[in-house]
Write a protein that binds this ligand. Structure first.
Ligand code: MTE
Ligand code: MO
Length: 370
């Protein structure tokens, strides 16, 4: 039987089944999001691959994978990597039609990434004295394969983020204790915790300190939240240049079980058990609260949050609750997460053409309650 989570083979775009994805805190089977066909296995070799560091640096570098592994302290970070297209189905069905792949709730993975910190690699090259941190960017480039809308793939983050030890930007060589697979960026990829997934460039070839953001198509004309006035590709043209690229993700939550249309049984107390995941906003620290409503958002009760060893502020959190529900066939469960910075979710998020960053309440609708 076809995997219902495959949203395209070429390029490969796939989200795992949500019940499986969210069954373990550290995810093995992650989603794939590609704007290109993946490089062939013969093309990438950790023994010969190198990452160039150039632009406004004192000493340009050409670093082998061995050098990245042995010349720098190795840093491990647990973080949720999420495509901001995750939950697009919610925007499309609850607000208004949008462009792009119809992701449901599985374009996210929570993994343990390991490799040198970008700040240490940039420290070795040395940032040129002429550089002012404000308004300077660090661009990541992969030349390995041609993309659908550009001849290469790239993205950038502000230099201030790249140099900040608290932001934990890593050049990942390992995922969950094993060398990266080609699917997830072998032999080295960027991981920018808290930042939307498109900046976590896979099959990394080059790191450049520069005045401008990455000029790549996916930085300049995608992964932005165009103003609501941009109603189609044509009208969007005049807004791309004035819309900043997305960086940090908003707080979010999803009801993993039950799912839309399920028949659920109440326990002896007349309650329905539900669970899901919640994601913190970029720098906002951990998710501190998840609330559940079974009356369309009139009243809320607090869910229990699971703690997992070693996870810091960038990780997802699992929540579990039981809610009072009357028998019937139109039950809805809503979830609302808040994080340490006070960010929270609202009923729906504002429409934008690309529907990036949908973070309306998590939901399971059309429940038959027995
Ligand atoms: N070289 C390259 N890097 C890339 C992409 C790509 O198409 N090419 N896709 C980006 C996007 S949009 C996302 S959401 C993440 C997905 O990472 P994954 O496929 O490991 O899940 O990788 C990012 N890095
Ligand atoms: Mo993405």
């Amino acid at each position: 039987m076809a995997d219902r989570g495959v949203r395209g083979e070429e390029p490969l775009n796939r989200e795992p089944k949500i019940s499986k994805l969210a069954s373990v805190s550290i995810t093995e089977d992650g989603y794939e999001r590609n704007h290109c066909v993946q490089p062939a296995a013969e093309q990438l070799n950790a023994r010969t691959h190198s990452v160039q560091v150039d632009g406004a640096v004192k000493e340009p570098l050409n670093l082998s994978i061995t050098s990245l592994r042995t010349d720098f302290p190795q840093h491990e970070v647990i973080c949720a990597l999420q495509c901001p297209e995750n939950r697009r189905h919610g925007m499309r069905t609850l607000v208004k039609e949008v462009q792009g792949i119809d992701w449901v709730n599985g374009a996210v993975m929570n993994c343990r990434w390991r490799g040198p910190l970008l700040k240490d690699v940039l420290g070795k090259a040395g940032i040129a004295d002429s550089v002012e941190q404000e308004g300077t960017h660090v661009a990541f480039t992969s030349f390995q394969v041609k993309c659908q809308e550009d001849s290469w793939y790239g993205a950038s983050i502000p230099l201030s983020r790249a140099l900040d030890p608290d932001k934990e930007v890593v050049l990942a060589l390992e995922r969950n204790g094993k060398p990266l697979t080609i699917r997830h960026g072998y032999p080295v990829r960027v991981i920018t915790p808290g930042v939307e997934g498109a900046k976590s460039v896979k099959w990394l070839d080059k790191i450049t300190v520069q005045k401008e953001e990455s000029p790549n198509y996916y930085m300049q004309r995608d992964y932005k939240t165009p103003l609501p006035q941009a109603v189609d590709s044509e009208t969007a043209e005049k807004y791309w240049g004035v819309t900043p690229p997305m960086q940090e993700m908003p707080v979010n939550s999803v009801v993993v079980s039950p799912r839309k249309g399920d028949t659920v049984k109440r326990n002896e107390e007349g309650k329905v058990v539900c669970h899901g995941y919640a994601l913190p906003s970029g720098d906002g620290g951990s998710v501190v609260k998840v609330e559940i409503s079974a009356d369309g958002g009139l009243t809320w009760s607090e869910a229990a949050l699971e703690q997992h060893e070693g996870e810091g502020k960038w990780a997802w959190k699992f929540w579990r609750a039981s809610v009072n529900m009357a028998p019937g066939n139109s039950g809805t469960i809503l979830s609302k997460a808040s994080d340490a910075s006070g960010q929270t979710q609202s009923a729906v998020s504002p429409w934008n053409l690309k529907d990036v960053c949908y973070n309306g309440f998590g939901e399971a609708r059309d429940l038959t309650v027995e």
